[in-house]
Design a protein around this ligand. Structure first.
Ligand SMILES: *Cc1c(COP(=O)(O)O)cnc(C)c1O
Length: 389
């Protein structure tokens, strides 16, 4: 029977399974040594001082926003071409969201659109407190330019690098926080490495590290240097603010460490897949992913755009026919503000024309480390035949 090719899939090795079994047999199932080891390994690789592992990328974005003090009356701006979590984190903090249109080549938040929007917002006295650049498909945003605007207009930067672990920008790893206050990774199974569910927040600020550590676990600290009262005894801990349980488990961290030990292999493999796709697809009436010379993408996604003026089929028809032929294509993303929930908040179609134009043409082709040459060949063959009639 023909096997469908998914758009993304985790890559689990025997070593990953052994690592999880070891964790299960250890004394710690939840908070144990695997978590801090995982945090140090990722922080060191990325060149950031601190890392806080959490239950998901979503909770990482949320407590990141809280640590930046985002609250009622504040604005967060992000790209509309992202998963809803990049915007929802603001609403969860009681703040408001607005969207900055995308760059037509990288599909990341456009620096010129951001600048124009800031000029208007400055006049209207509604500048954002936080901007969340999303490294779409694993290609870093132009962080140097964005951080220049952050300094000029006085907003915080929280990078949503859910797609981006293992990539780099200006020859330095994504996650080093040179141009931002925090960077968030996601370890959902479709992403570059997985812990089942999981995420991590990186920062160079001790203050944010302490706050994130506390927000991860009920607003509680066990760090004696941070206590506000005299200790009652060895059992003592203090709650300093209201939060929730956003912890990851030692079992997951064991899987994460084992996965992360292959990060360079995973990225290398994804680049080989891209090279092969380029050869297979270069003559089709589609736009292949464009890469800025400052970036080395982790290639979480492989997004093509249909050149609809050269086709006799609609975007929807091409998408459906690919799915019918067992090619598990997907679409990243529906512009967030077109979601019914956001429309109820007052957002309307037309807000970000580039993002909507992109949405009308984009298709994510299968892309994951274990994708074989044969499978890629089938993707290309089916795509060619679907596009040719
Ligand atoms: C996956 C993803 C998230 C959320 O991560 P989870 O770990 O699934 O909570 C946030 N932003 C982007 C851009 C993502 O792709």
């Amino acid at each position: 029977m023909r096997q469908d090719i998914p758009y993304a899939k985790q890559s689990i090795s025997d070593a990953d399974i052994a690592a999880v079994v070891r964790a299960l047999k250890s004394d710690y199932i939840t908070q144990g040594p695997e978590i801090s080891a995982f945090e140090s390994e990722v922080a060191e690789y990325c060149g950031a001082k601190y890392a806080v592992a959490v239950s998901s990328g979503t909770t990482g974005l949320y407590i990141g926003c809280q640590s930046l003090g985002l609250a009622e009356g504040d604005w967060l701006w992000t790209s509309p071409v992202t998963f809803v979590a990049s915007a929802n984190c603001a609403l969860s903090c009681g703040a408001q969201v607005d969207f900055v249109d995308i760059d037509p080549q990288t599909y990341n938040l456009s620096v010129s659109a951001l600048r124009e929007k800031l000029i208007i917002a400055a006049k209207e006295d509604r500048l954002p407190k936080v901007v969340v650049p999303v490294h779409l498909a694993g290609q870093s945003c132009d962080m140097e330019a964005i951080s220049g605007l952050a300094q000029e207009y006085g907003f915080h930067l929280l990078e949503d690098a859910s797609h981006g672990i293992g990539g780099s920008y200006q020859n330095r790893p994504v996650g080093n926080c040179q141009y931002s206050e925090m960077t968030v990774f996601s370890f959902h199974p479709v992403k570059i490495i997985t812990t089942g569910e999981g995420g991590m927040v990186l920062t160079n600020s001790l203050e944010h590290f302490n706050r994130l550590s506390r927000l991860r676990t009920h607003g509680i600290t066990r760090d004696e240097s941070l206590m506000q009262q005299k200790s009652h005894g060895p059992w003592y801990y203090e709650q300093h603010e209201l939060s929730n349980n956003y912890r990851i488990t030692d079992i997951q961290a064991a899987l994460g460490r084992s996965q992360f030990s292959r990060i360079d292999q995973f990225i290398q493999k994804r680049h080989e897949i891209v090279e092969n796709y380029t050869g297979l697809l270069k003559d089709l009436p589609i736009t292949l992913p464009w890469q800025h010379s400052d970036t080395y993408s982790s290639f979480h996604l492989y997004v093509i755009r249909l050149e609809l003026d050269k086709l006799r089929k609609t975007h929807l028809a091409v998408f459906q026919e690919l799915r019918e032929e067992g090619i598990g294509v997907n679409l990243h993303y529906i512009p967030v503000y077109l979601q019914p929930y956001y429309k109820k908040l007052g957002f309307k179609a037309g807000l970000c024309p580039e993002a909507e134009h992109y949405y009308a043409e984009a298709i994510s082709l299968p892309m994951f480390a274990d994708l074989t040459r044969d499978e890629q060949g089938r993707v290309a063959e089916v795509l060619q035949s679907v596009l040719s009639v």
